[in-house]
Ligand binder design. Structure first.
Ligand code: NI
Length: 497
């Protein structure tokens, strides 16, 4: 149901993230569509925290997240899955794949000397009821050193296991056109909106509709799509009375789910996020670390396995395998996952593994203002501390994209890698095992991701390298003979013997 082409979706002009965050362009005289934060900026419709940790979400038990990573093209995408409902994840994955394809097509037109581009797709729950779940995807893209956000909201109908887009919420083509006309009316009084777009908004642009508590529809537009990229974000509002007669049965169910703030994870702002993490409990007392003495990596063969982008659905499995082989590793974690998988992260800390900061949103720190990069790291540090009681002891910038300025933002050493088996490209356990065993050397830092395929490869990696006499250590243990310093980047450790 979401197969229509989306060629006009990525509007990557001269949009500025700062501008996108600066204010809210609602029609003069209209009531504000979103609650304002203390800073006067619109509160986000979804906050990027997840299903699993949200209170009262029994109907979504078994939820998880999946991600797709392409470090070379700086693409990172995350979406939700439900164990018992594969169609729920598939609909979102399909939307993610369309977004990535459109981005790659644009990227191919860039000259070889163009600065690195980035696509970061995050997902947030905006509504839920017994029948409907709303997922808002935010695609943040950077090209030519400027970033812009595009939004899309999908609805999942648990009754017939279908993923719905905006068109599916309307009973007929006539109702759908009438909705477009109402959106046009609201846009027409916004001085920022291009007159031609206001007169006839492209239906493709109406792909992110959410609802306020009164049942009014809020249509948010991608940066630069209906107004200059530097203008404030445009959100059109269609009043409840005009909207109701146009909605299909499914549209009415979606609206009801979106109106109920008690049911929506979107009501959880950063404060509630922290509260959830606080409620998750104190760190578990460790048993393994006290029984284990760090090997002297200046004198014995050591190697550090690192797992990025978690914690996630495979973290528990990774921990069990590592324990079976008496191996330690380092987990570079990203913000929203920390609250979702706090129990797994505490388990990792208790077992003696090291936790590093991988940024909040997995956006490249090199392509944002220093103050924003500082917030990305600070917020993640706070979440790690709240979830585990432990501090991050390393920083790894997303994609390994760093600079002297980014390194200076770290209060710890910066840990890169020198062995990349490309598990994020092929997801083939045999190839991962082969690449790691072939390229391993004393002092190596190995880049891995916490995917199911990588988890499958792990026992053979540990058995193969263990048989060659390697000690599996944390990155800090590996670096210890070099007296590592904060704000300095390391790609490998001491070579040992
Ligand atoms: Ni990563």
């Amino acid at each position: 149901m979401i197969s229509r082409p989306r060629s006009s979706r990525l509007c990557l002009g001269a949009a500025l993230v700062a501008a996108a965050l600066a204010g809210c362009a609602v029609s003069p005289g209209a009531s504000l569509p979103r609650p304002l934060t203390a800073a006067g900026t619109p509160a986000p419709i979804g906050d990027g925290t997840g299903l699993a940790a949200a209170p009262g979400l029994g109907l979504l038990e078994g939820s998880g997240t999946r991600s797709r990573v392409d470090e070379h093209h700086h693409i990172h995408a995350r979406w939700f899955t439900l164990e018992d409902e594969p169609a729920f994840g598939r609909g979102q994955e399909q939307a993610v794949d369309q977004e990535i394809a459109a981005f790659r097509a644009l990227r191919e037109r860039d000259s070889a000397s163009a600065p690195p581009s980035e696509l970061n797709i995050s997902s947030a729950v905006t509504a839920r009821s017994a029948r409907m779940v709303g997922i808002r995807q935010t695609a943040y893209a950077v090209r030519d050193s400027s970033g812009s956000s595009a939004y899309r909201t999908l609805w999942y109908d648990r009754e017939d296991r279908n993923t719905l887009d905006t068109r599916d919420l309307f009973a007929s083509d006539r109702d759908w056109s009438a909705f477009g006309a109402l959106v046009a009316d609201d846009l027409a009084v916004d001085p920022d909106v291009f007159p031609d777009r206001a007169a006839d908004p492209d239906p493709v642009l109406l792909d992110s509709v959410n609802f306020d508590a009164a049942g009014n529809a809020l249509v948010e537009f991608d940066d630069g799509s209906v107004a200059p990229a530097a203008a404030s974000p445009v959100v059109a509002r269609v009043g409840s009375a005009a909207l109701l007669p146009l909605l299909s049965d499914r549209g009415l169910a979606v609206r009801a789910a979106g109106m109920d703030p008690a049911g929506a994870a979107s009501s959880a702002g950063p404060a509630q996020e922290t509260a959830r993490q606080d409620a998750a409990g104190p760190p578990v007392a460790g048993t393994v670390p006290s029984a284990r003495r760090s090997p002297d990596c200046g004198h014995v063969k050591c190697i550090a396995l690192t797992f990025e982008d978690g914690p996630g659905p495979e973290t528990g499995r990774l921990l069990s395998i590592l324990e079976e082989h008496d191996a330690l590793a380092t987990f570079f974690v990203v913000g929203p996952q920390i609250g979702r998988y706090g129990a797994e992260l505490r388990q990792a800390v208790a077992a003696g593994h090291e936790i590093g900061n991988h940024g909040w949103s997995h956006r490249a720190l090199t392509s944002m203002p220093a103050e924003q990069a500082r917030r990305e790291l600070g917020r993640t540090d706070d979440a790690i501390a709240a979830a585990t009681g432990a501090s991050s002891t390393l920083m790894r910038p997303p994609y390994g994209a760093t600079s002297p300025e980014v390194n200076r933002l770290a209060h710890t050493p910066v840990a890169l890698w020198d062995v990349d088996p490309l598990d994020w490209v092929h997801h083939d356990p045999d190839l991962v095992v082969d690449a790691v065993l072939r390229r391993a050397h004393p002092g190596a830092i190995v880049l891995l991701h916490g995917s199911a395929g990588t988890a499958e490869s792990l026992p053979r990696i540990l058995a193969g390298l263990g048989g060659r006499g390697y000690h599996f250590v944390t990155v800090s243990e590996l670096l210890a003979p070099m007296d590592p310093e904060a704000q300095v980047a390391y790609t490998h450790g001491a070579a040992g013997k």
